[in-house]
Write a protein of this length. Structure first.
Length: 428
């Protein structure tokens, strides 16, 4: 990876866009043809890098995007993404105008909120329109309208408003990833009953959506107009159960890698490693330092427990994970400064999966990737080439500015062998 030479700390994430495309295609094939895909890119696209993922997911067949908070949507808009974006979380009224300005759709579930939002926009001027998806709580118990009467009041407010546009109605499953399907079916029935009620009241339904990745895989018949796919895009299964169903093949998109920053043979006392001196090396043991720590989202709970891959084999973490660095024991084996290690992903025939790390940490794969911090640069790779880089600190070495003449020449060349030239973009 030549790009890594531009970073002053050689730790990076590789996002495999070919895998991302395959995952989207695999899910696409599994759900009804008419169902659209909303790519869920909240939390920096589950740690993968939201702008790069959003851009490529849209290219690979997603029709819309979802985020958790308005600011995440604005980041995408500022990067030039024009597809519909829905904010899934609660947005306070003070931010409603901003949502309209950026043409970002919001979720609503309270009639007072809807009426206030309408007032705010009308005061701001007639050009400000805001798309709204109604969130219906059928058993998630997080956000959403629960009562039929209140749902009706919201719909009436939306359909008579000049500033709000009723764009969608959705619910969210709480156990779609589990073998017991009873609650998911109950939630589905409740939702369908409410939708029928609205139709009987004479309303024409906008986009209906309910399924996350687990439901899209386990209940493709619930897909409706759109499915909201998060974890599946990233090639991870929502649960072991969903994986065992073996209905859709997903390929992990993310790899986490680094280059050893120091290698030493322990020849002198003291032989202690890291804070707390919880690891004592043997005389002659080879200890290597990896430039990643808990501030990067590599959990401190992996101290003396986790592994990385070095020269195609697992080497154990020695001592505590520190904020920015950790040590591994190479045992009696050789290694040198600059050697590539894989923290999550494959190296030769060896692999460390996000799933196994999640299990070690007694959590879920979602958390392991979503907590990878902004400090790590993301390289987006297609057909073995880096096509986009996102690095919030930016590279120290400036990317060579391409002259107009050269750009034209490149464009001609690009047209000649369409899709073969690489496009490098650096996000600020
Ligand atoms: C996060 C989220 C999703 C995506 O869930 P996955 O399990 O990652 O597919 C869908 N809908 C809502 C409301 C969410 O919060």
């Amino acid at each position: 990876m030549k790009w890594v030479n531009k970073f002053c700390r050689e730790t990076w994430i590789e996002v495999n866009l070919n895998a991302l495309e395959k995952n989207l295609r695999a899910i696409r094939r599994h759900i009804p043809k008419k169902t659209k895909i909303m790519a869920v890119v909240k939390a920096n696209a589950y740690g993968h890098g939201s702008v790069g993922v959003a851009r490529h997911a849209l290219k690979a067949g997603a029709s819309a995007l979802a985020v958790a908070i308005l600011e995440e949507a604005i980041v995408l808009r500022k990067a030039g993404i024009t597809a519909p974006i829905l904010v899934l979380g609660f947005t306070p009224l003070k931010c409603v105008k901003e949502a309209a300005v950026w043409n970002v759709q919001l979720s609503a579930f309270q009639v007072e909120w809807v009426k206030e939002a309408q007032k705010i926009l009308e005061k701001a001027g007639s050009s400000k329109l805001l798309g709204i998806h109604i969130n219906v709580d059928t058993g998630m118990g997080r956000l959403g309208v629960r009562l039929q009467d209140e749902l009706l009041a919201i719909v009436e407010a939306l359909t008579t408003s000049r500033s709000l546009i009723w764009k969608g109605i959705f619910t969210h499953f709480s156990t779609a990833d589990e073998p017991d399907t009873a609650l998911t079916r109950l939630q589905h029935n409740l939702f369908i009953r409410l939708l029928r009620f609205l139709e009987q009241e004479g309303f024409q339904l906008p986009t209906v959506h309910m399924s996350n990745t687990a439901a899209a895989i386990a209940f493709p018949e619930f897909s409706a107009d759109m499915v909201r796919i998060g974890i599946g895009i990233y090639g991870l299964y929502p649960s072991e159960h969903i994986k065992q169903l073996d209905l859709v093949t997903l390929i992990p998109v993310l790899s986490l890698k680094a280059r050893l920053s120091y290698v030493k043979v322990m020849l002198t006392e003291p032989l202690t490693i890291s804070y707390g001196a919880t690891y004592i090396a043997n005389l002659g043991e080879v200890i290597a330092t990896v430039p990643i720590g808990y501030a990067d989202g590599y959990s401190r709970a992996l101290s003396n427990r986790g592994f990385v891959l070095h020269r195609g084999r697992r080497v154990p973490i020695a001592g505590r994970v520190t904020m920015d660095q950790l040590m591994v024991s190479l045992g009696e084996r050789k290694g040198k400064q600059g050697d590539e290690v894989v923290i999550y992903g494959r190296q030769n025939k060896a692999e460390i999966t996000v799933d196994e790390v999640a299990e070690m940490l007694d959590t879920i794969n979602y958390e392991v990737v979503a907590t990878l911090s902004h400090r790590i640069p993301r390289l987006f790779i297609k057909d073995g080439r880096v096509v986009e880089v996102s690095h919030y600190m930016g590279p120290v070495k400036k990317i060579r500015k391409i002259s107009k003449k050269k750009r034209r020449k490149n464009k001609r060349k690009k047209n000649r062998n369409a899709g073969m030239t690489k496009r490098i973009e650096v996000e600020e």
